[in-house]
Design a protein around this ligand. Structure first.
Ligand SMILES: C[S@@+](CC[C@H](N)C(=O)[O-])C[C@H]1O[C@@H](n2cnc3c(N)ncnc32)[C@H](O)[C@@H]1O
Length: 213
């Protein structure tokens, strides 16, 4: 697994690691920030997929919704490479894949760009108690995402692991930013790699940014 501390935007991280390693982290982050800026130069609103893996879903989604600017992020470099090859082959100009961690991406995304929809499909379940901190859905993640979303922005979550949905529902219920909604249609565009590995077992939920946020 990619070491997630290298994506931490917490300034306190500098004290915990070797200065030369920290410099490399800052360099990589500057590069990612430039890439995000260049890629989304004239963009106001994006559709985001976090943990996009090999890009199956977002590539098909981008074909179906050519007017949406879609950004897929993943911490796995090899998967981002394969995802990019897919959009190149499909000659799509509205779908982009960037190697980046979720909280880091939210910190680096320019404020003028707003997220309309966020997809998280088959996130790593991290079933053990001591690993729960590694799950993408956390209170601080929901807060950071809420700050970057358009009014009534939506978060679409799907997993084969029901406890992940229960965990997320609880955090969403406690969050001042988000509320669950039943008023949605899930666009069944394509299965993802992990969806196929689980024989299409799925539990889904959608949350909406509260109108006042
Ligand atoms: C189980 S895979 C699912 C991939 C794809 N969504 C699918 O359904 O086939 C989870 C993916 O999330 C990525 N990931 C895990 N934590 C992440 C984070 N904090 N930010 C971005 N990507 C993350 C992993 O590298 C992995 O590719």
């Amino acid at each position: 697994m990619t070491k997630l501390y290298i994506h931490s935007t917490d300034p306190g991280i500098a004290e915990k690691i070797k200065p030369e390693v920290y410099q490399k982290i800052l360099e990589r982050r500057r590069h990612t920030q430039e890439l995000i800026g260049e890629t989304l130069e004239n963009t106001e609103t994006i559709t985001l997929e976090i943990g996009c893996g090999h890009g199956h879903f977002l590539t098909e989604y981008g074909k179906r919704f050519p007017n949406e600017i879609c950004v897929g992020i993943d911490v796995n470099r090899g998967r981002i490479y394969k995802a990019r090859r897919k959009v190149e082959r499909a000659l799509l100009t509205n779908v982009h894949f960037i190697e980046c961690e979720s909280l880091e991406f939210l910190a680096l995304l320019p404020d003028k760009i707003r997220i309309q929809k966020t997809w998280i499909l088959y996130p790593d379940p991290w079933p053990k108690k001591r690993h729960l901190k590694n799950r993408i859905i956390q209170a601080k993640f929901l807060e950071a995402l809420g700050k970057k979303c358009k009014q009534q922005g939506r978060l679409y979550l799907r997993s084969d692991y029901e406890p992940y949905l229960e965990w997320s529902s609880e955090l969403i219920a406690e969050s001042p930013n988000w509320e669950p909604t039943d008023d949605y249609e899930w666009p069944e565009i394509t299965t993802t790699v992990f969806q196929e590995l689980t024989d299409n077992r799925h539990f889904s939920m959608v949350a909406q940014l509260e109108p006042s946020k």
